[in-house]
Design a protein around this ligand. Structure first.
Ligand SMILES: Nc1nc2c(c(=O)[nH]1)N[C@H]1C(S)=C(S)[C@@H](COP(=O)(O)OP(=O)(O)OC[C@H]3O[C@@H](n4cnc5c(N)ncnc54)[C@H](O)[C@@H]3O)O[C@H]1N2
Ligand code: MOO
Length: 425
């Protein structure tokens, strides 16, 4: 599947037909959330094997060139290109040998009419300027015979062709994955400077919540959000303090918010952000001294997502419905956390799909609809079937979907074959 990276974008936030207005478009919610995010400022020195998944705190310049010396790209023979003048076949005497790890300077010089046996990664000995792979020569005792000409300079990896000394190997803010750690190890650094982890406190609200393993009384459900978010927040650049569940009680909520915000960079909660009498989150955040900067988002699921600040911490109040909590974290919350980690904004990776069937819907909110890949168009684009319209509490449904089809806020009808953005899960 062709994958492009771009932000999920739609300017429309108002449903003229239903009269839903004043909703904040998803992209505005993201930028307003990002404007609250300050990069964490502490720096830690970590051993290389502890650096995976951390964020590089400063630009990393190559302390020496990569590769550090000219070396052979093939197992074969190294010789002087001028020895293949005129018409072939040519015969060269095998007069030396250099393997990876040998000091090529001590191997002697390749003389006229000579070749040295050489192996991939071995330094090019003096005099030699061309390597031929062994499959292209015939070995005859102490000689090799070449039937075809060889381009001068071929099969040699040149010093600095990957990175020159003092060139930028990795910019500050790089998330250290397999590629990045390979680059750091290649220049021999045993430890590096990374930003400290983003400290995040998580708690879920709801008097109905029980822990898996406990028994359920009538009206109770299991706290799945806690586990959904623990999974989403399990990142090497996050230090998570998991505060469990808090009942729908204003005092308990305010106390939990105040306690959480005192020691972290970000407080993430689920539930209690909607309009019911048991939804106290926004009111208690304010009463604890916090501010709400974004609420009522033109997003489905996730309209009640609330973003603000409390005592210097960023507050991300996710909706209680599990799919809404998962989606709003993925599309908005995680990007604020990434910004705070020093990575800069990682835009959501979006590809293009085609709707497999036509459908209508109520416009007004940009929708992230669980969708399943059911085939491919003649030009190779995935065709997706959009799953249930009403899905924000259906956790089993997103387990059956391959991703979210993104329906623009203003669309009231999608025809079969229409192209949609797709966020793969
Ligand atoms: N009159 C209105 N009612 C609702 C509106 C609205 O605009 N007007 N919005 C709906 C939308 S959209 C959503 S989303 C929910 C969000 O509500 P809250 O964030 O206040 O969440 P709760 O009411 O606490 O819970 C909603 C739902 O999710 C279940 N839940 C909550 N926490 C968990 C958890 N940790 N694990 C599993 N399930 C959880 C909870 O039992 C409820 O069923 O509001 C709509 N209502
Ligand atoms: O918009 Mo709510 O977040 O659908 O369930």
């Amino acid at each position: 599947m062709k994958t492009t990276t771009k932000s999920v974008e739609d300017p429309c936030c108002v449903d003229e037909r239903t009269g839903i207005g004043g909703l904040v478009p998803v992209n505005d919610a993201i930028s307003r959330g990002l404007s609250l995010a300050r990069k964490v400022d502490g720096i830690e020195v970590v051993e290389l094997d502890e650096a995976i998944g951390r964020v590089l705190a400063e630009d990393l310049l190559a302390p020496f060139p990569l590769p550090p010396f000219d070396n052979s790209a093939m197992d074969g023979y190294v010789f002087r290109s001028e020895d293949l003048s005129g018409v072939g076949p040519w015969r060269l005497r095998v007069a030396g040998r250099v393997a990876a790890g040998d000091n090529a300077n001590k191997a002697g010089a390749v003389g006229e009419g000579e070749a040295f046996r050489i192996f991939t990664g071995a330094g090019i000995p003096k005099g030699g300027d061309t390597v031929v792979m062994q499959e292209r020569v015939r070995r005859l005792g102490d000689f090799i015979e070449l039937e075809n000409p060889v381009t001068p300079g071929s099969c040699i990896r040149r010093q600095a062709e990957d990175a020159a000394k003092d060139s930028l190997l990795l910019p500050k803010g790089s998330l250290i994955g397999a590629r990045e750690i390979g680059a750091i190890a290649s220049v021999g650094l045993p430890r590096i400077r990374v930003r400290r982890k983003v400290r995040i406190a998580l708690f879920c609200t709801g008097s109905e919540l029980r822990q898996p393993g406990e028994s359920l009384a009538p009206g109770q459900i299991y706290n799945s959000n806690r586990f959904i978010l623990m999974a989403a927040l399990r990142q090497p650049w996050i230090e998570l303090s998991n505060m469990g569940a808090v009942v729908d009680d204003p005092d308990a909520l305010r106390a939990a918010l105040t306690h959480a915000a005192a020691s972290v960079d970000m407080v993430v909660t689920t539930g209690g952000v909607s309009v019911g009498e048991e939804d106290h989150m926004v009111e208690q955040l304010r009463s604890a001294g916090g501010r709400i900067e974004v609420m009522k988002i033109a997003m489905k699921p996730g309209k009640p997502l609330s973003v603000g600040t409390l005592n210097g911490a960023v507050f991300v109040g996710l909706p209680g419905n599990p799919v809404a909590a998962f989606t709003t974290w993925k599309i908005i919350g995680s990007r604020i956390a990434e910004e705070m980690s020093g990575q800069g904004t990682n835009e959501v990776s979006v590809s293009q799909v085609e709707a497999s069937e036509s459908f209508t819907r109520r416009p007004g909110r940009q929708e992230f609809r669980p969708a399943k890949i059911v085939g491919f168009s003649p030009d190779g684009r995935p065709k997706v079937q959009l799953l249930d319209q009403s899905f924000s509490a259906k956790i089993s449904l997103i387990c059956k979907s391959d991703g979210f089809a993104v329906i623009p806020a203003h669309s009231d009808r999608i025809a079969s074959g229409d192209r949609l953005d797709f966020v793969q899960l």
